[in-house]
Design a protein around this ligand. Sequence first.
Ligand code: PEP
Ligand code: MN
Length: 340
Amino acid sequence: MIIVLKPGIARKQETTILREIRKRGYKPHVMRGVARIVIGAIGDELTHQSLETLAMVFPEIVESVMPVQKRYKLVSREAHPENSEVPVREHFIGGRRLHVMAGPCSVESERQLLTTAVAVKAAGATMLRGGAFKPRTSPYEFQGLGEKGLKLLAKARRETGLAVITELLSENHAEMIAEYADIIQIGARNAQNFQLLIAAAKTGKPILLKRGLSMKIEEWLLAGEYVLANENANLMFCERGIRTFETYTRNTLDLATIPIIKNESHSPIVIDPSQGAGRADLVKALCKGAVAMGADALLIEVHPNPAEAWSDGQQQVSLEVFAQLMAELRPLAEAVGRTM
Ligand code: PEP
Ligand code: MN
């Protein structure tokens, strides 16, 4: 901890603080500046009383108390300097290969899902997305096919070899989802549902953690910490846009999270341009930006007939547009040292 004292502090007051720091189990190191004194306190906060209350207890002496270490530990790059590669069937996310997870927002029918799966596989996707339990804003909108949808995803995997990613909405469904999914998606609305994160982590399946609608990056990293702290090392962060004042797009896709997450964490970063902008016409450009900036994977909504989709039709790309997109991404990926 770094303790900054107010300017013009008397010797006696300094001694009071030093005594208090030692009493709480820390070793103080005093740095004397021109205007003020800064104290570095060495000790372990897990086993000692926190120093954070010093400014509250001695408001006339202490200006501020700041932690030196990050609040997240296991997800931090300091804890694990190399990139983590997340194993998903025969693939690794976070390595040289750029992975594309593609498929409909919601699983609607066998025909819809299998047509999409075959087409995205042919275009070069390695994973199939599809929601069976949907977090809809209104209770009167399509809520997903439930376990029937999961069975269709499993069938599509058998027929195409694509790995399956699908969302977990409730702790009660953790085991069921884990039975069918290769990756468990935690959606934006549940990004800080810590009991759900723990239940998902405990299945042992790789976890894709979306960023919450108004979540700060530190909060997102700390939510990821729940996964790693529950003995599941296979975490991926997924940026899907945050809510801002802008109305041209459904959300504001924050591509700055790519270098930031890469800097702060060893876990892969995935970009979802579909929820990210809420507009099919922006998906190509956002994917290109994400690949150029070093995203490890893309999560893209693709539908055989977006105009008739049961959810998120306005942001899903057609099978044809998806194939064009993949062809346009390939040289870009190569230019930044990735394969597809
Ligand atoms: C989705 O992927 O369809 C979805 C609901 O995502 P989010 O949680 O990011 O809104
Ligand atoms: Mn969607």
